[in-house]
Ligand binder design. Structure first.
Ligand code: CDP
Ligand code: CDP
Length: 233
């Protein structure tokens, strides 16, 4: 029973989802799946092809005809390696340019359908921590534990800015603030699987807390949920 446990972690950009999800997966010996990386990989392809962002049927066709693979790689910085049509794009998908466009692609329902099917397949065996925007609402609506991770907008911008600078991108604070708020706005306003906290998700606020404290809190929630599952309540 416990090996099939599935943890869904959703929240806005820079809330700490991937960092925390990876560590939780590591502690439990679970698989970590970064669903955002799949949207980022397709966005990279659309940018490279110079496809038209208004043409939703073309975007959907690109999604259907591309091969996006997520390979668990716990020893690497992001925990997953990303391949697009056989080419490794793990680093490339983290660029600020991809970040600026990804929410446009993610708003296309037919694109989401393609990726959601693959994401469900990745979680089919359980023992998984998956992070994104619609994990608890659409991909795994019956996940054993759902977390909604948050932090104040300033804190999220600060984290994303520091991360991009550390990766060598010459971005200003204002660039990052604009991108993060625009992406949050698009992710929450879209009609296809918008980002929202599910009523059965536990909200975990991370502002001013270090990663270990947040990970420990989630592990305690897992223990509690497992105990209540095994007593059948
Ligand atoms: O790491 P960060 O929070 O910047 O974003 P991400 O998880 O890499 O996701 C990038 C974008 O992909 C999000 O802003 C969403 O537009 C989209 N996304 C989504 O729509 N659904 C998901 N399950 C994951 C990501
Ligand atoms: O995936 P998401 O966009 O939600 O966030 P992330 O890519 O995990 O980036 C969060 C950044 O904030 C990382 O550099 C973390 O080290 C840092 N951080 C955190 O994730 N959680 C905290 N409680 C404190 C800092």
């Amino acid at each position: 029973l416990s090996d099939r446990f599935r943890i869904a972690i959703d929240g806005p950009a820079g809330a700490g989802k991937s960092t925390v999800a990876r560590r939780v997966a590591e502690r439990l010996g679970f698989l970590y799946v970064d669903t955002g990386a799949m949207y980022r990989a397709l966005t990279l392809k659309v940018l490279e092809w110079g496809a038209a962002w208004e043409d939703r049927s073309q975007l959907a066709r690109i999604a259907r005809e591309s091969r996006v693979e997520l390979v668990p790689a716990p020893e690497t910085p992001r925990g997953n390696q990303v391949f697009l049509d056989g080419r490794e794009v793990t680093e490339a998908v983290r660029s600020p340019q991809v970040g600026r466009y990804v929410s446009r692609l993610a708003a296309v329902a037919a694109v989401r359908d393609v990726l959601v099917e693959q994401q469900r397949a990745l979680a089919a065996r359980g023992g998984v921590v998956m992070d994104g925007r619609d994990v608890g609402s659409v991909i795994l609506p019956d996940a054993e534990l759902k977390i909604f991770l948050t932090a104040t907008p300033e804190e999220r911008v600060r984290r994303r800015w520091a991360e991009l600078r550390a990766q060598g991108f010459d971005v200003t604070w204002d660039d990052v603030a604009r991108d993060v708020s625009e992406r949050d706005r698009l992710d929450q306003a879209r009609s296809a699987s918008p980002l929202r906290r599910m009523p059965d998700a536990v909200e975990v606020e991370t502002t001013g807390r270090d990663v270990d404290a947040v990970v420990d809190e989630i592990l305690r929630l897992v223990e509690r949920r497992r105990a209540s599952c095994s007593t059948g309540s």
